[in-house]
Design a protein around this ligand. Structure first.
Ligand code: ZN
Length: 129
């Protein structure tokens, strides 16, 4: 699995601007490239409640989740690990200072995974926005 560079930039930017609140979203992919983030409304400063928002989302098609740890400690919590087993197999945790090396991808078992960052052509869609 891979992630589009622009999508990763968006994630880092939105996590940074949400801080000190936690950001949470669902990941969607085009083929084997993660290209979309579905933002979960009403993120909270409490670690557990932002993650709980993800639990409560209807079963949209997703390859995984993303959320931020404003503390900078990117280890998944017990609640995170429980979430990972339920929604997809790619789970990104972003921590302060929100740069290109302050994120980690985990699989549903909570093991670190390599996620390749690639250039992705969003085509005409980008021109509309
Ligand atoms: Zn967490």
């Amino acid at each position: 699995m891979k992630i589009a560079k622009d999508t990763l930039s968006f994630i880092l930017e939105v996590c940074k601007s949400s801080a000190p609140l936690e950001f949470a979203g669902m990941l969607q992919a085009d083929g084997d490239v993660i290209t979309e983030v579905v933002v979960v409304p009403g993120t909270s400063s409490s670690e557990n409640s932002a993650v709980m928002q993800l639990f409560m989302l209807p079963n949209i098609h997703t390859v995984g989740t993303v959320h931020s740890h404003p503390s900078g400690n990117r280890r998944p919590s017990g609640t995170d690990l429980e979430l990972f087993t339920k929604k997809g197999n790619y789970h990104i945790i972003v921590g302060a200072p929100y740069n290109t090396s302050s994120w980690t991808c985990y699989n549903k078992k909570g093991e670190t995974m390599k996620l390749e960052v690639v250039d992705y052509d969003f085509g005409d869609e980008m021109d509309i926005f």
